[in-house]
Design a protein around this ligand. Structure first.
Ligand SMILES: NC(=O)c1ccc[n+]([C@@H]2O[C@H](COP(=O)([O-])OP(=O)(O)OC[C@H]3O[C@@H](n4cnc5c(N)ncnc54)[C@H](OP(=O)(O)O)[C@@H]3O)[C@@H](O)[C@H]2O)c1
Length: 351
């Protein structure tokens, strides 16, 4: 089968459409024919081997043989099931993700109790493939870390991107009053997906606007902690999802490290980090559990994706690429855009 692989770190030209073995399917696994897969910042970091912390995971000078796979999200159809699988049948349309990457391939094997759900019929494969990591990050930030309640005021800094477009819609579905921060060109789109107010960061500084929020989902992560804290009400919560893509060693994680040092009581390690602004908030935070993290969907079979089937949250996409030229796909992903990119396997397997 064909799969995108990379054997050295670098720009998108390092990506190759390689011939690789079909995955072996264990008794507890599904064989899925991938119809669409999306490209996330995670793939970009692994491809570049940057920041350096990535190389601790994937290999110091080049990706180890076990780490040459890319792609965390996918949607496709079940081709075959292992002997112990009862909840899925061949022909089921599903979506989900792999924790150890590898969805940029014609076929994948995935545990039936892993991050895989039946695809809501109203979603295309491309739409469903753009959901898992980005939407689950947004959900985890709002619900688990942010403990969002109806009627609260939420600010989403970075509302027009992969995570932000889900954060706006999910926060609205929770009954929050949502303000989104994005650029001029995306302001209408962010309003159209439900934001009650939109702040254009090229014209207004949200940290100086004098408004206060119960919860700040900071996806852009481009302001200092003290700046972001001043937009919170006294017991408000800051959940930091992303950070500037600079710094050689830990890149976007530098911000989380600072939060851990500056607010040790409030800090819960994870992909969406949080810090409370004061003692009361720290006490409140200490009562929160640690949800752990799966970079995909909660495990489940049928009945998942209610918000997606009920049309309360829709994936936004810019472009679809056929993966006959993986380098081109990678380059376009890093261009300025909104929403997620999905990549379909090459001509031989396209629908
Ligand atoms: N995508 C995922 O699945 C995922 C999962 C976990 C963590 N993360 C992390 O979350 C961060 C964002 O990821 P993403 O996929 O959402 O990226 P993205 O699609 O590139 O979106 C970036 C967002 O930041 C906004 N932005 C850029 N400059 C800004 C500024 N000066 N002020 C306010 N907003 C600004 C962009 O607005 P405009 O486009 O309107 O300029 C856009 O809304 C990254 O650090 C990533 O590593 C992403």
């Amino acid at each position: 089968m064909k799969a995108i692989r990379y054997y050295r770190y670098g720009p998108p030209d390092v990506l190759q459409l390689a011939d690789v073995d079909m995955p072996a399917v264990g008794d507890d696994e599904l064989l899925i024919r991938v119809r669409a897969a999306s490209v996330n910042p995670l793939d970009w970091h692994f491809m570049r081997g940057a920041p350096q912390v990535i190389r601790l995971m994937a290999g110091p000078t080049r990706p180890r043989a076990s780490a040459t796979r890319l792609g965390a999200d996918m949607a496709g159809s079940v081709e075959a099931v292992g002997g112990n699988v009862t909840g899925f049948r061949p022909g089921d349309e599903v979506f989900g993700g792999l924790e150890d990457r590898g969805t940029l391939a014609e076929y994948i094997a995935i545990r039936h109790d892993g991050a895989v759900l039946v695809k809501p019929p109203g979603l295309s494969f491309e739409q469903a493939a753009s959901v898992p990591v980005a939407a689950f990050t947004a959900l985890q930030a709002l619900r688990d870390r942010g403990q969002l309640r109806a009627g609260q005021k939420v600010l989403v800094n970075g509302a027009s991107g992969g995570v932000g477009t889900f954060a706006v819609q999910i926060a609205k579905a929770f009954g929050a009053e949502v303000t989104g921060v994005c650029s001029t060109g995306n302001a209408k789109m962010v309003a159209s997906i439900g934001a009650d107010q939109v702040i254009d960061y090229t014209r207004e500084d949200f940290t100086r606007a004098g408004r206060r929020y119960d919860l700040l989902i900071d996806i852009a992560g481009n302001r200092s902690l003290s700046q972001t804290r001043r937009v919170l009400v006294p017991k408000g919560v800051l959940v930091a999802v992303g950070g500037p893509d600079k710094g050689r060693w830990v890149g976007p994680l530098a911000r989380s490290a600072r939060m851990a040092v500056l607010s040790p009581d409030a800090f819960l390690p994870g992909p969406a980090e949080q810090a409370g602004p004061g003692r009361a908030a720290r006490a409140a935070r200490r009562r929160e559990g640690h949800p752990g993290h799966r970079p995909g969907l909660p495990a489940g079979r049928r009945g998942g994706g209610h918000a997606l089937s009920g049309n309360r949250a829709r994936p936004r996409q810019d472009r679809h690429h056929r993966v006959t030229q993986p380098g081109a796909t990678g380059r376009q992903h890093r261009g300025r855009d909104t929403g997620q990119h999905t990549a379909r396997p090459g001509q031989a397997v396209s629908r």
